[in-house]
Write a protein that binds this ligand. Sequence first.
Ligand code: GLC
Ligand code: CA
Length: 556
Amino acid sequence: MDLSQRVIYQIYPRSFQDSNKDGIGDLPGIIKRLDYLKELGIDMIWLSPFYPSPQNDNGYDVSNYLEIDPMFGNMNDFDCLVAEAQTRGIDLMLDMVFNHTSIEHEWFRKALAGDPKYQDFYYLRSLKEDGSLPTNWESKFGGPAWAQFGETDLYYLHLYDKTQADLNWYNPRVRKELHEIVKFWMKKGVKGFRFDVLNVIGKSEVLIDSPEPGSKEEKALYTDTPIVHEWIKELNQATFGQDQDFVTVGEMSSTSVPSGILYTNPCQNQLSMIFSFHHLKVDYENGEKWSNPPFDFIELKRILNEWQQGMSDGNGWNALFLNNHDQPRANSRFGDPENYPFETASMLAQTIHFLRGTPYVYQGEEIGMSNPNFESIEQYHDVETHNYYHIMKEKGYTKNKIMAIIQAKSRDNSRTPIQWDRSQNAGFSKVEPWINVADNYLQVNVEDELKKGKIFRYYQKIIELRKNNELIQKGHYRGLMLDDPNFMVYVRESKNSKKLLVVSHFYEADCEFRMPEEFTHCKATKLIGNGKLSNIYEGQETLIFGPYETVAYLFE
Ligand code: GLC
Ligand code: CA
């Protein structure tokens, strides 16, 4: 299947469906729900990690890449999942966490036991002469990026949690091991990979201090370095590169459009597409995630436009998304799921799905799940959330302020169990789940949504449209009205002068939209919309949009 026709659904296994009454989602649970996903119309599932892990970062701390954590099932369950998905025309994409391993991985244990071969698998350094840490770098989860290596005088680098030790990709043995892991899963029938934080695998060869811990300059010391492209090419050629249909996506932290083009332009033989995150930092105060200002709409448009235009010009390819397991729910963030659940969800989905790239749906967004607004810190489990809870306390923030920020930003916002029905624990589990179910499950759940809701049906339609509409798949992208404070507007167009105009209203109050000049001389048919707007006649200059209304017009 062509990349431009695909729609990928992300499953966070722990929170999807429990099947054996331990309160944790699992692989057999996923199998039970495949028909639901088929009905939605997606054709690939990205599974967040289910490998053995001490679960300090919910499985992104892998201690064995070649097995299934018993918590999630066993290899038979996995094989069965591949086969059952296949019969429904759904492929699987696995998550490969290759920047770091858990410190419980055999390689790290052998390193700790003194084996020099495995010590060279990681970044081990001595303290500086003045007794300070090898560099002043900050971990992305807060605190220093170095931790003591057992009882020794050495320290190991961890850009994430201190139980996630960064792998030394300069060591060819490391790269070879990782290639073997990829091949192992390919043999099992996997058709795609998502590579976790792939653009930070190439630290500068000599590790040096940055001017300011956690600064941009610091990130530049280990992000998007030229060697990363070499290693991805090598991985591509050694493994999935032979299969034209294989789908790969790199999660790229703090990346740039020029790097994005290099990673994804087909001539480069690296990846199919990348996730970039700049558009999800428009509600950060001065670049600080742990803050809760209203989002900057003009900035959101500017960034999406920059990536759409830039990747299109450079023949790169974007992964399109607003939600994943690390992000708060987009409807809570950019809309009003309480008063306009359908309008918000459908507007955001349409805006994203009709861009140029491959859209991702994160579990639960197709029924309008929103942030749970937990009131106590004990209800949150995420390691990053807890670290920043303490950091904010040290900064002297009030308790109310801290909880308001966590309610807005915690990664657990998107990790609550899928709300399947009105039964106890929302049908996710027969026992108390590992994390609380959001309170609104009686209003928002799959069963009711399928019977009488409109969000799921809207997702179905836009997914179906992508499968059949060439403009959505391949049309050139052009952004319009970038300074307008109410509407996001863009065109997808083709050489034969067909155009698709997409207009999304991001606010509540009714608002007049002025047709751009170029469209006022033509009539158009409505392809799809979530409100009252219908076809437009030739010469029509204005349209009135309702709350969170979105519409796509076809000009032929
Ligand atoms: C990625 C994952 C995130 C994880 C981090 C470290 O950003 O999406 O969940 O914590 O990498 O592996
Ligand atoms: Ca279970």
